[in-house]
Design a protein around this ligand. Structure first.
Ligand code: ADP
Ligand code: MG
Length: 848
């Protein structure tokens, strides 16, 4: 049945000195009987036995078992070979300490995938006098008892061969005899090979004695040449460690190294937590949240703004809408509510107070101090605005001097009063306090529109302000949300003063185009000195001084520039021309002709810098963030324009062409305004006209959402990198943890392997361990992320003051956490698994 041919095994030690442990041994074994391998310590007996049992590899030669040569055996075949045909008994017993007697025994059966036959086990147990000890843990047994368990375990598999390496080495002589008697009995049916150095027992028990010295056979009492045949066919049983057992062993090893386990789980959970947070923040969909917020709060006013692409995110500059811009967006937006909203670039129209008395800024007055009275915007009444028509006390503006305000502004007037119009600004008439909106309208009071014109409040629009009642008294945490909500509604809606179209003619604002002061014009000279100037062009002919004479020019060409005396003063001295002029004039006698003095002062000043005329300056237009908006170009200085202050500004003149794109009119169309209350449509709008684009859809929520989104964009990156760092440590710790468990479980691995468990079975044990690590970390991280999101959400909402759920932690994130943790664990298991698969069973069992 079993034959060894020319088996050789050499141990190569790292220090050199090789040991030839088995030196060309050829042996034929009978199918039954008790064979003793005798020899001094170190002669190679154990090595030979381990090779026979497939626990150790040999260098050359061949083993034949049931007529099958082992020369083509894979590692796994050797495992299965042990599983099927070999039962091992060791000097050190090598039974699983954590298992009971019974469990140790049936494990061998289970590995063979055989049904557990309780009857058979029972009879085996009684035969070995173990019945009483069946449920005892191994560590409660004596050496002799342990060895009997080992024998029972070897026998239950019903192997063809029993291999025993000094089975009595750790037993007293009485127990030794029992064990040997037992083995002798077994040898009637099986081949029993016993390694021993006890010549006496060998003489007593052996059917055959083979003596070994220096790895070679020096005596064989029953040399056999013919290989005894056996009818059975060679058929290997692949082992299969039951899931329950691999689970038990895997999870069992988690109990050890508790601190390291906790640290590993903690770091892994941290990595996953930050990943979860990162993804939660990344999945914040601004457009979707925005649309939802609008619909939930019944807001529907959307304005699309044309934004200077060079604007930075913290400072955006609105560009005028030209026909091409309208064409570019009009297909994608619902119909405008009327025409374009007209917002006035004139300071006096944008910041009107209507003569309302200043509310004091005390905390109790927060309801009245959100700024409506200081930043009201004058807007022509939209056409077809039925809602306004139906909700106005009084009537809509029809005449040029009529205005309509909101009930919010009216409430401020009622509380703080309003100054009636008077011809003489110094004549402070009694302040009027209307009792209600109705009274204010009926009074037909003329008020002062920013010192320009008298206007009359003819209507008060009734917005629903009931929800803000709570903050009329005080502001605290609970009303803070309401306060910021009110504040944004005021800015968007309640601060509008509706007027008839001809109101602007009535105001008599000059219709000369102005240069949009959001732009800076950078002039620099050849010598590098430069300045920022207010550039404009003129529709009318300009008179200038060229250092010698006055000239008049109809239109500047694109290469010409006319400086202001202030420009020159700024370039060549730090003193203001205007200030110097005023000082000069103030020193003149009372009766002097100031106009003539000013003229001569100007001529004298310019002639000092006559050499500048004809010089070139570099000119370019910059955005607020100093980004060039136009190419730098050279302009020739043709002269200096006498000081002429328009709207308090001193201008430097260039051609119309050079300021074309930047000119604005006093009444500028700078946003498209429309209603939209469909969530889907809104979301599409916010996606299409997202922040950062040239056309941006904005609502009362925009700035808060953009801020939050920017914060999330940054935070998600930070969280992601933190999670990467943690992941690296987690990976190292998991690898280390599994390695340490392998070391801890090494003996068990060896025992299982000796029983016939495959590398795959052992791998399963650690798979469970990794699985549990991953599972616990994943659960902890999911709970952690969920809790942190739940805590952060109200905090974020409180800070920005809009009601939405910014951090939506859900299935997606949990899924991601688990996918990643299992990927990490699998990667972390790669090295340990490699180690397991390389480990020889004998090395494991001896914990080498
Ligand atoms: P025995 O069981 O007869 O005492 P062994 O088979 O254990 O002898 O050892 C035979 C020889 O091989 C000895 O010289 C021993 O030192 C050497 N040897 C055994 N195992 C190893 C090993 N893993 N590495 C190096 N040398 C070994
Ligand atoms: Mg030995």
């Amino acid at each position: 049945m079993l034959e060894l041919k020319h088996i050789k095994k050499e141990y190569r030690s790292k220090k050199g000195g090789n040991t030839l442990a088995v030196n060309d041994i050829s042996l034929v074994f009978e199918n039954t009987g008790m064979t003793f391998l005798l020899g001094k310590s170190g002669s190679g007996k154990s090595t030979l036995l381990n090779i026979i049992g497939g626990l150790d590899r040999y260098d050359s030669g061949e083993i034949t078992i049931l007529g099958k040569s082992s020369s083509n055996f894979t590692k796994e075949d050797f495992d299965s070979y042990r599983n099927t045909y070999v039962g091992f008994i060791f000097q050190e017993f090598h039974v699983l300490e954590d298992y009971t007697v019974y469990e140790n025994i049936i494990l061998a059966l289970q590995l063979q995938k055989k049904e557990v036959d309780h009857q058979k086990i029972q009879s085996l147990l009684s035969k070995l006098e173990l019945s009483e000890l069946k449920d005892r843990k191994i560590n409660e047994l004596s050496g002799g008892q342990k060895q009997r368990v080992a024998i029972a375990r070897a026998l239950i598999k019903d192997p063809k061969i029993i291999l025993a390496d000094e089975p009595t080495g750790n037993l007293d002589s009485k127990t030794s005899r029992q064990v040997l008697d037992l083995l002798k009995q077994i040898s009637k049916e099986k081949l029993v090979i016993i390694v021993s150095h006890d010549e006496e027992s060998a003489q007593e028990y052996a059917d055959r004695i083979i003596e070994i010295r220096d790895g070679a056979v020096i005596r064989d009492t029953k040399e056999i040449t013919e290989v005894p045949q056996i009818s059975e066919k060679f058929q290997l049983i692949r082992s299969k460690l039951p899931t329950k057992e691999s689970f038990r062993l895997g999870v069992g090893s988690l109990k050890h190294k508790k601190i390291r386990l906790c640290a590993t789980i903690f770091l892994t959970a941290c990595a996953l937590f930050f990943l979860g947070m990162s993804d939660t923040m990344a999945s914040f969909q601004m457009a979707k949240a925005h649309a939802k917020l609008m619909v939930e709060n019944e807001k529907n006013l959307v304005s699309i703004q044309h934004i200077d692409p060079s604007s930075t995110s913290w400072y955006s500059i609105n560009l005028p809408w030209q026909q091409k811009d309208i064409d570019a967006v009009k297909d994608q937006i619902p119909e405008f509510i009327s025409s374009y909203r007209i917002s006035l670039d004139q300071t006096e129209l944008q910041y009107t107070s209507l003569g309302i008395n200043q509310p004091t800024n005390s905390m109790e007055d927060n309801y009245y101090t959100v700024g409506a009275y200081t930043q009201m915007q004058v807007v022509p009444l939209p056409e077809n605005q039925t809602w306004i028509k139906e909700n106005v006390i009084g009537h809509l503006p029809q005449n040029e001097d009529e205005i309509v305000i909101s009930n919010y502004v009216s409430s401020i007037i009622q509380k703080y009063g309003i100054q009636p119009y008077t011809e003489n600004e110094l004549d402070l008439t009694d302040v009027y306090y209307p009792a209600n909106d109705q009274e204010l309208v009926e009074k037909g009071l003329y008020i002062n529109f920013n010192g320009i014109k008298k206007v009359k409040i003819v209507g008060v629009i009734q917005y629903d302000l009931s929800k803000y009642e709570a903050i009329k008294k005080t502001i605290d945490k609970t009303t803070y949300l309401l306060y910021s909500d009110l504040s944004s509604e005021v800015k968007a809606t309640y601060n509008r003063i509706y007027v008839a179209e001809d109101f602007f003619q009535y105001l008599n604002i000059p219709d000369t185009p102005m240069v949009n002061m959001n732009y800076i014009y950078d002039l620099s000279l050849e010598d590098g000195t430069g300045l920022y100037a207010n550039i404009n062009y003129s529709n009318k002919p300009l008179t200038y001084f060229d250092g010698t004479n006055y000239q008049t020019i109809d239109k500047l060409n694109d290469h010409q520039i006319l400086l202001s005396p202030e420009d020159i003063a700024m370039l060549y001295s730090d003193n203001s021309y205007e200030a110097a002029l005023e000082e000069y004039l103030s020193k003149q006698p009372e009766d002097a002709d100031l106009e003539a003095m000013e003229k001569s002062y100007f001529e004298h000043f310019v002639s000092q810098y006559r050499q500048l005329i004809g010089e070139k300056v570099r000119f370019c237009v910059k955005g607020m963030n100093d980004k060039n908006l136009t190419e730098e170009k050279e302009l020739e200085i043709i002269g200096v324009v006498p000081l002429d202050k328009q709207n308090g500004r001193i201008y430097t003149y260039v051609s119309e062409q050079n300021v074309e794109q930047f000119k604005t009119y006093p009444i500028e169309r700078n946003e498209l305004l429309f209603h939209c209350s469909d969530q889907k449509e809104l979301q599409q709008l916010f996606t299409e006209f997202a922040p950062g684009g040239e056309y941006q859809a904005t609502t009362v929520y925009s700035s808060d959402l953009v801020n939050m989104n920017e914060f999330f964009n940054l935070a998600k990156k930070v969280a992601f990198y933190i999670s990467l760092v943690f992941a690296v440590f987690a990976l190292i710790l998991i690898t280390n943890f599994i390695f340490s468990s392998i070391a801890y479980r090494k003996k068990e691995i060896g025992i299982l392997r000796a029983l016939g468990a495959r590398g795959m079975d052992v791998f399963k044990i650690f798979m469970w361990e990794g699985f549990f690590l991953a599972l616990i970390s994943g659960i902890l991280a999911s709970i952690g992320t969920g809790v942190v999101c739940a805590v952060l959400n109200p905090m974020i909402i409180n800070t920005i003051g809009i009601g939405l759920t910014p951090l939506m932690f859900g299935i997606r994130q949990i899924g991601l956490i688990f996918v990643i943790v299992f990927v990490i664990t699998i990667i972390a298991s790669l090295l340990p698994i490699r180690k397991i698969s390389k480990m020889k069973p004998i090395d494991a069992i001896l914990k080498r």
